[in-house]
Design a protein around this ligand. Structure first.
Ligand SMILES: [Zn+2]
Length: 220
């Protein structure tokens, strides 16, 4: 099984926090890199003209370090681990779709968030994946520095890699804070990207059905 994965970032400094880690909590023991990162954040505050020693900012370097460790934990994950035992043999050959998967990532150009929704569909070819695994795959790739285009295609290729389905479609709609808070400052502009593999690429009807399902009002 080959799954094209962005190589994990080098660097010993970031740990993978557990889900219930308090952002304001203590740092991981014996993590020299985290200490280094805190210093960097403190220096950043100073260079921006702040008094890093004032009360409100005292624990900010620690919080930022913990928060960045969380937001980039995708570098330290592999698709195989995220999916685990969640793959099943199944003859179903119709489209499987999960839509409106919440997504939060960081743009690699500005280190600012972009966020929105991912819609994923695939046509099985003997194997299906537990539905809850799809949002986990999204998170794994979103918790890295990204561009929306690459994020979209990495998710699609990861699903292709684990299921070898007849086709995969991924659409992401996202707002980019780097566009909204700075730059063009357009509050309502969002970007749509898609990656279509297999039948989603070759068969117009499959692709149209997928796009239609994304647009349909919620049935429930
Ligand atoms: Zn950006």
């Amino acid at each position: 099984m080959t799954v094209p994965i962005q190589p994990a970032a080098p660097g010993p400094w970031l740990y993978t926090p557990s889900a219930d880690d308090d952002d304001d909590g203590g740092r991981c023991a014996n993590d020299a890199g985290a200490v280094e990162y805190e210093k960097l954040v403190r220096r950043q505050l100073e260079l921006l003209g702040e008094d890093a020693e004032r009360e409100g900012l005292l624990r900010t370097p620690l919080r930022v370090t913990n928060s960045m460790a969380f937001l980039t934990q995708g570098y330290r994950m592999r698709v195989e681990d995220v999916v685990g035992e969640g793959i099943f043999q199944e003859d179903h050959q119709n489209m499987v779709m999960v839509r409106d998967i919440e997504l939060y990532s960081l743009c690699e150009h500005h280190m600012l968030p972009f966020f929105g929704k991912a819609h994923i569909a695939y046509i099985p070819n003997g194997k299906i994946v537990g539905l809850s695994k799809l949002p986990r795959i999204v998170d794994m790739f979103a918790r890295r520095f990204q561009v929306q285009e690459r994020l979209t295609s990495e998710i699609a290729h990861a699903i292709k890699g684990i299921l070898n389905p007849l086709g995969v479609g991924v659409v992401i709609e996202a707002y980019h804070l780097c566009m909204m808070m700075r730059g063009v400052q357009k509050q309502n502009s969002y970007a749509i990207t898609s990656a279509m593999l297999g039948e989603f690429h070759s068969d117009e009807k499959t692709r149209a059905e997928f796009m239609q399902l994304i647009r349909n009002p919620r049935a429930l």
